[in-house]
Design a protein around this ligand. Structure first.
Ligand code: PMP
Length: 456
């Protein structure tokens, strides 16, 4: 055994000794041992034991073009050789940074022509959070500072991100949320819709925004933020009535509408952005993940002409930014990623081919005894585990059931995610029909396994 392979065989122990993982119980993880992922190709990842998994989650909702794209490595290598880094402070830019801003703007449908770059979705959240307040102050409304977000929404894990997110278990760590943030309900019909039809419930949940504006006074509110489809919250697809009403309220009450496109952006729903799928026009839209398909970290905020005009003409210095805002090598990766999405027609593929195929396959799971609903848009799917389909009764301990299915899938070579009692899928946009079939087959076995376990 050479030194390198000795080190690799010892990696789990080194990991336990030195590495604190995100969103993990480190005591339990160290006991169980970390899985080490060594390489990947297409929609497959391979661990250090040589086991192959179909990654139905595209890393963390992000590897939209699939793994192992040599063009990406080449584009990054070219840029690194040319100019690995320079900043966008002090009146400079680099070619890929500027060209990327133009390229992103070209896909927004015309009303968002500027981009502010960050390194992640969480930083994008912090960026629009400050920008929204700066915007209103510049217009002579310094008191318009409050932000309305939703329970069970997810916007990142920086202080602003975790505060805006509606996850109680995140608020409990670090005395969050910070001041100036209010939460309203989520359009989760299956769990919270009661006797209302989905359409009625969508309107009811949107009306919570109106009620919150009445309570806070719209003159004190800067913005409302939501994901087009809640991702980490469980792939909650809102009823059709929800988004048009939310967009109407934001306009009528003169608050900014922020569409968190970190997951839905760059093709996942069969449109470039989630707001295009649902037919509304946001004022600000944080992006990350699919922007570079996760090959290198980069995020940003798409800024509408309405906000950009004020930022450019009224604000003066915007005292905000990151050393790596618009990092040229990350921008080169994002440009190449978008070129691949365009040249291979991957967004259209999700809309016209693999999206409809996935829809049929995914929704076929709704006939399983313990599935309450199987919903998706494009390649973003959520599956509700339930005890009784007709009454929509959930399992007594929702947090314990998804993990049983997830672990069964993992043993059988399929990476899925479980959020409580919902199973989530979000595969690469390049996934083949037969690979989709394989997800459904393996997941069905996982569901059988949970059903049998529960019976026992
Ligand atoms: N917004 C949404 C909707 C997300 O799903 C995420 C990450 N899952 C974020 C923001 C935060 O992104 P990041 O992890 O890159 O900071």
């Amino acid at each position: 055994m050479n030194e390198m392979s000795k080190t690799l065989s010892n990696l789990a122990a080194i990991d336990a000794a030195h590495h604190l993982h995100p969103f993990s119980d480190m005591g339990k993880l160290n006991e169980a041992g970390t899985r080490i992922i060594e390489r990947a190709e297409g929609v497959y990842i391979f661990d250090s034991n040589g086991k192959k998994y179909l990654d139905a989650f595209a890393g963390l909702w992000c590897v939209n073009i699939g793994y192992g794209r040599k063009e990406m490595a080449e584009a990054v290598s070219r840029q690194m050789n040319e100019l690995p880094y320079y900043n966008s402070f002090f009146g400079t830019t680099t070619p890929p940074t500027t060209l990327l801003a133009q390229k992103i703007a070209s896909h927004t449908g015309g009303h968002m022509n500027h981009v502010f770059f960050t390194n992640s979705g969480s930083e994008a959240t912090d960026t629009w959070f400050r920008m929204a307040r700066v915007y209103w102050k510049a217009l002579g409304h310094p008191q318009k500072t409050k932000i309305i977000a939703r329970r069970n929404g997810y916007h990142g894990s920086t202080v602003a991100g975790a505060s805006l997110g509606g996850m109680k278990w995140m608020h409990e760590q670090g005395n969050l949320p910070i001041e100036g943030i209010a939460h309203i309900g989520q359009p989760y019909w299956y769990s919270e819709g009661g006797d209302l039809s989905p359409a009625e419930f969508g309107l009811k949940m949107a009306s919570e925004l109106e009620a919150k504006l009445d309570e806070l006074g719209e003159d004190n509110v800067a913005a409302f933020v939501a994901e087009p489809i809640q991702g980490a919250g469980g792939v909650i697809v809102p009823p059709d009535t929800y988004w048009p009403e939310i967009a109407r309220i934001c306009k009528a009450r003169n608050i900014l509408l922020v569409s968190d496109e970190v997951i839905c952006g760059f093709g996942r729903l069969g449109s470039w952005f989630g707001f295009q799928h649902f037919g509304y026009q946001p004022d600000l839209a944080p992006v990350a993940k699919g922007l570079s398909s996760g090959y290198l970290p980069i995020g940003g905020v798409l800024v509408s002409d309405r906000v950009a005009e004020v930022m450019i003409k009224e604000v003066g210095d915007f005292n905000h930014g990151f050393t790596y805002s618009g990092h040229p090598t990350c921008a080169a990766a994002a440009l190449e990623n978008i070129r691949i999405l365009e040249d291979e027609g991957l967004v259209e593929r999700v809309r016209d081919d693999i999206g409809p195929y996935f829809t049929k396959a995914w929704q076929s799971l709704a006939d399983h005894e313990i599935v309450g609903e199987a919903v998706n848009v494009g390649l973003m799917g959520g599956l509700q585990l339930a005890v009784d389909k007709t009454t929509r009764q959930r399992f007594a301990k929702p947090d314990d059931v998804g993990i049983v299915v997830r672990n069964h899938c993992l043993e059988n070579g399929l990476v899925m995610r479980a959020t409580g009692d919902r199973m989530l899928a979000s595969p690469a946009l390049t996934i083949s029909h037969s690979e989709v079939d394989r997800i459904i087959e393996t997941l069905r076995k996982g569901l059988d396994h949970l059903r049998d376990t529960v019976k026992e």
